[in-house]
Design a protein around this ligand. Structure first.
Ligand SMILES: Cc1cc2nc3c(=O)[nH]c(=O)nc-3n(C[C@H](O)[C@H](O)[C@H](O)COP(=O)(O)O)c2cc1C
Length: 195
């Protein structure tokens, strides 16, 4: 640690809790359907010890791995698992959390949730909060290594020109001869890789 750092630390049991200058913030902790979901309990506990307000938001599948009760107890706040939990207030709770968050931390983040966020879906509270919040988002992925890869999808086109809808610009399907040629090329390359 740097000598002139603003960090203060204190011992609580065996864990050294590091207090950063930004302590006392609101952290929305997203928990998803990964085998690592049980670790979110320790993470919630640690963030609370660091002086933050933690609000856990779980996907439906996350509740198969760890109970909302565990996170509610450790975070000392209600846990959101569905849009339809939101009965206490006329104001939608997910938007309130999105506005209030200083950080959205998703840990663990399952491949499925990461894909949903990449597409801007909002079909459950965690996805909707990710879409609505202006806070920084920190994602801690956890998945089988074979799922964590760049898929290497190739694109051909689109090209510019007259579009069927009457517009002119980018969006036309590439020339079919070129597409067929490229398809043959990829097939041949794959065959060479296997041989
Ligand atoms: C035992 C078990 C462990 C799993 N672990 C993971 C995991 O670590 N990472 C992952 O991306 N998916 C994992 N999955 C699959 C996810 O649970 C599944 O994709 C689910 O749809 C994720 O939903 P969510 O992203 O809405 O939470 C696991 C499934 C099972 C049954």
């Amino acid at each position: 640690m740097r000598k002139n750092s603003n960090r203060r630390s204190e011992k609580t049991g065996v864990r050294k809790v590091v207090r950063l200058r930004g302590a006392g913030k609101t952290i929305v902790l997203g928990v998803t359907g990964s085998i690592a979901a049980y670790k979110s309990a320790e993470l919630a506990s640690l963030l609370v010890k660091q002086g933050h307000q933690v609000f856990a938001v779980m996907t439906h599948d996350a509740t198969e791995f760890i109970t909302p009760l565990t996170l509610q107890t450790l975070s000392k706040n209600p846990v959101m698992t569905s849009f339809f939990d939101e009965k206490e207030n006329w104001r939608p709770g997910h938007i309130e959390l999105a506005d209030r968050a200083n950080l959205l931390l998703i840990a663990p983040a399952a491949a499925n949730t990461i894909a949903e966020l990449a597409h801007g879906l909002a079909n459950h509270p965690l996805a909707a909060i990710a879409l609505a919040t202006r806070a920084p988002i920190l994602i801690a992925p956890a998945m089988n290594g074979k799922m964590w890869k760049s898929r290497g999808v190739e694109f051909i086109g689109p090209e510019e020109g007259m579009l069927a809808c009457g517009y002119e610009g980018l969006g036309r399907l590439w020339k079919v001869d070129d597409i067929a040629f490229r398809a043959e090329f990829l097939l041949a390359r794959q065959e060479n890789l296997i041989a």
